[in-house]
Design a protein around this ligand. Sequence first.
Ligand code: ZN
Ligand code: ZN
Length: 424
Amino acid sequence: MLLGQAMATAERQTGVACPDCGLFQRLPVISRRQIAECRRCARLLAGPAAGRVEAPLALALAALLLLLPATVAPLLVVSSHGAARTSWLWSGIAGLWRAGFAPLAAVVGAFSVAFPYLYLAALIGVLASLLLGMRAHVGPVFRWVIRLRPWVMLEIFLVGCFVAYSRLHLVVGVHVLAGGWCLMGATSALLLALTQFDERTVWEALPLRPRSRRRRHVRGYPSRPDTAVRAIACTVCGLLVTAAHAAGGCPRCGAALHDRKPHAFTVTAALVAAGFLLYVPANVLPVLTLVSFGHEQSNTIITGVLELIHNRLWPLALIVFLASIVLPLLKLCGLTWMLLSTLQGSRRALIARTRFFRFIDTVGSWSNIDVFVTSVLVALLKFGAIAQARAGGGLTAFAAVVILTMIATRTFDTRLMWDAQRRG
Ligand SMILES: [Zn+2]
Ligand SMILES: [Zn+2]
C-alpha cells in the first residue's frame, strides 16, 4: 500500500502537461533554488519555493492578524479649515453606495475586504491541514484558493490609497493612522507569504479520491505522445487523467475536466467586444468630480493623469497612466491578436504571444487602481463647498472594462493557439 502510494507520487512528480501550450513532458527532479520551465513555451512548471508549508502559513496568519485591526481602526485622517474627516477600510464602499454607485461599492468591497479575508482564511485552512496531516476535502478548497487569487487586490488597494494620499496632500492636511500602518503590514505579509509558497507542494501532498485512485490516474505517462494513453490535464492542479475517466471531474481537486476550456474562443471574443464598447465611455465620461471652494472640476482618466503631471507627481502619473489607460488597451488588443491568429492558424510569434498572455494575465488586475483611488477620495473629501469629491459615470464603465478583460483572460485557452498552428 505504501509502495503504491509512493509510486503514484513519483508519477505525479514526473508526468505534466504545460497549462499554456499543452505539451506533455516529464518534469525532472529538481533541487531547491532550481526551477523547471516548459521546454516549448518557457512556462514555469515548478517554482523555487517547493516543499515549504510552515513559512507561508506563519506569514498568512500574520497577514490575517494585521488585517483585523486594519479593518476596525481608521486608516487616514484629513483636516481642512478646522474640520476633520476620518476614513476606514469600508468608508469608500459606504461612500460609493450612498452616492448611488451600488455595483462599484460591491466591487470595491469584494476586492479590498471580502476576498482578502476569504482568501487568507482558506489558505491558512489548507496549509494548517497539510501540517496536521488532515488532507481529506482539502483539494476542492485549494482549487477555490487558486481561483480567488486574481480577485484579491489588497496590494492594488494600498497603492490606490497612496495615490489618493498624494493627491489629498496637495489641498488638505492628511495623516496615516494605526489602521493604515496595519494595512501596509498585512499586505506585505501576504505578498511575502506568496513568495514562500508553491502550489505543487500542496497538490503533491493531497490524495486522489479513493475510488478513483487506481482507475483514473494515468500511470507512468509515456514521453512519446504517439504511444500515450489519451490524457486530459486538469487546468487547476495539473493532474493527468485518462480521457475515458474524465467525466467525473478531477479526482484530486474536483474541477470539471475538458480537453480544452469549453467555448473558450466565442466567450472570450464576446467579452473582448464588450470591453472595446465600454472602453469609449470609460475614457470619455468623467470618473471623478472635485469641488474646491465652489468651483467644480470634472476629471476623466486622462485629465486625472495630466493633473498629477501638473502637480509634479511624475511617478504616480506614470503608474496611473500605465494601469488605467495603457493596460486595458493592451489587454483588449492583445486578446484580439490572439483570437485572430488562432482563427488563421498562424505560427508567427507563437511563443511571444503565449508570453504576452502570461504578462497581461499577471498584471491585469492593476487597472483597478483608479477605482480604489476614487473610493478613498469620495470617503475623505467631504467638506461641502470647500472641498468635495464625487464619483462619475465613467468609473462604472471603466470598472466593467477591467473586470470583463480579467474574465476574458480566464476564459481564453492559450493551448488553442498551439492547436491552431498545427492545423494551419
Ligand atoms: Zn508550454
Ligand atoms: Zn485537478
